[in-house]
Write a protein that binds this ligand. Structure first.
Ligand SMILES: [Zn+2]
Ligand SMILES: [Zn+2]
Length: 353
């Protein structure tokens, strides 16, 4: 890199409701890393938590840091030892920096690496910087080239779509099965798209918001449920008498978990994707007596390429998931709008070359 310490614009979180546009030092790529000019970035529920509360669950930042972990961009510099992807390549970046050496990493389950450093996260001390900046450094091996015609905005959707793909893989497969998704937020709707693409016999989405139910019906759900309705159980039985064979709990709400278990068929698999409040009770005797398989699904591993292929083949259309794209400069407004908007799925920022 040049010696005159180049700078860049970044959005730095200082605390709850306090995100500041600042000029900071541009990072230099280390050995094995590349410098990526960020072209598109998504706003995730976790970013909204950090913004609203200054923390996310029990991840409490010890110092100001740059948020954001869903992004795509252009490779503009190489660190030592890097030959590919070439300068100028358009890439999406897997934001998981795993150690690569522990047992979980060596078994291909790097999402479970105890030493994981995720982009834009306070899961480590000090917190790791993310992608709400003009530039980020990333390991070259985390960069997935985008095929021609694959937009940066879709590239910035690969991280949450990978979460959905991983959840479907954790279920053991949905082909030919009746599926219930509790929670029609961005991840829930992405699971819907993946489950339909993978041949579920029917997918039902449950959500309190009419917007979420309308979206699901428009994009492949065979029906929807209102979890607050008195007739919820009867409505569910009409869709799938005897219960659903695979259930994804994507709401992260105790009441939704209860419904997920109650509406599942004996022998079903229930996948926990949403983050539940600490201390949430699990209906253990229902698991026991109906031999349910209750499995966790945490982030994702090794699915970026598969999601790209599903989009390229036309099996998954990412476009409806993007509610609005703001200019990079307006990140703070975009976060406020994403947090307050009732009718929002994915909010993104774009910073074209
Ligand atoms: Zn995310
Ligand atoms: Zn590891």
């Amino acid at each position: 890199m040049t010696s005159n310490n180049p700078t860049m614009t970044a959005f730095v979180l200082h605390g709850a409701k306090d995100i500041r546009k600042e000029v900071v030092l541009r990072p230099a790529p280390g050995p094995g890393e590349v410098l990526v000019a960020v072209r598109a970035a998504g706003i995730c529920g976790s970013d909204l938590h950090y913004f609203a509360h200054g923390k996310c669950g029990n991840f409490v930042p010890t110092q100001p840091f740059i948020l954001g972990h869903e992004f795509a961009g252009e490779i503009v510099a190489h660190g030592e030892g890097v030959q590919s992807p070439a300068i100028g390549t358009r890439v999406a970046v897997d934001p998981s920096r795993a150690c690569g050496r522990c047992k979980q990493c060596r078994q291909g389950r790097y999402n479970l690496c105890p030493k994981m450093v995720y982009f834009g996260s306070a899961s480590v001390t000090p917190p790791s910087n993310g992608c709400y900046a003009e530039y980020v450094t990333a390991p070259a091996q985390n960069c997935w080239p985008l095929p021609a015609g694959f937009e940066y905005a879709w590239g910035a959707l690969l991280e949450p779509m990978s979460v959905a793909m991983h959840a479907v893989q954790r279920s053991g497969g949905v082909g030919g099965k009746s599926v219930l998704i509790t929670g029609g937020g961005t991840i829930g709707q992405m699971i819907l798209l993946v489950a339909v693409a993978f041949g579920a016999s029917k997918v039902i989405v449950s959500d309190i918001k009419p917007f979420a139910r309308d979206f699901a019906e428009k994009y492949g759900a065979a029906g929807t449920l209102d979890p607050t309705s008195k007739t919820m159980s009867d409505d569910a039985a009409e869709f799938s008498p005897g219960g659903f064979e695979v259930v994804f709990e994507a709401a992260g709400v105790a009441a939704a978990l209860d419904q997920a278990i109650r509406l599942s068929a004996p022998g079903a698999t229930v996948v926990q994707v949403g983050t539940l409040p600490d201390g949430t009770a699990i209906p253990a005797n229902a698991l026991l007596s109906r031999e349910l398989q209750y499995v966790g699904s945490w982030r994702f591993a090794n699915v970026f390429e598969r999601v790209i292929e599903m989009v390229v083949s036309g099996r998954i259309d990412p476009r409806p998931l993007i509610t609005k794209i703001h200019p990079f400069e307006n990140l703070s407004e975009a976060i406020v709008e994403a947090g307050s908007g009732e009718n929002v799925l994915k909010m993104q920022i774009a910073n074209p070359a």
